[in-house]
Design a protein around this ligand. Sequence first.
Ligand SMILES: [Zn+2]
Length: 199
Amino acid sequence: MKIVERHVIIFSIVMFITATGLFIYLPFLSVEREVTIHIEELCRVDVEENEWEYVVLHHSATEEGNADNFDRYHREEKKWSHGLAYHFVIGNGNGSGNGEIEVGDRWKKQIHGAHTANMDLNRISIGICLVGNFEEDNGPTDNQFKSLTSLVAYFSKRYNIPNSHIVKHSQVLQKGTACPGKNFPYRQLIKEISSLQPL
Ligand SMILES: [Zn+2]
């Protein structure tokens, strides 16, 4: 076989492998983009954006629920005039969609949360609550985890929030809380977020 022929064959094989790879990879690229656009739309607000510096992760410690339930509880039982303490609630399929992201009023108004005992932190941190009890039951559903990863990745990029500022409620200094529970996959979340960030 002539050298030129061999080169042509090798070149064809390389091109074939590249094309196949692209063909397989492209749908994932567009799904990733769709999710990003969806999150962007969901998080859009009509007021000036706050300068968010932290993300604090919570579980609801209940088996079911949604933003409306928790809003009522925080308004009527806790007597918090702004209601729902969190900025976002991610459903588990019991009370709202599995992986559904509900946007709280505090996010729409870009005001402080009431999700930790530290008021200074509440002013600069985005509170996200996943429905479920990850201390007593299993961790989040796959859909919840996917939604959470996309949401946190979006915030981390938009507000330049480093991984060290993505914290569990239990990491905030205050009287002990297990929130978001021992089965919350924190390390996996940070790993996923890191892999999505450009190096
Ligand atoms: Zn909490």
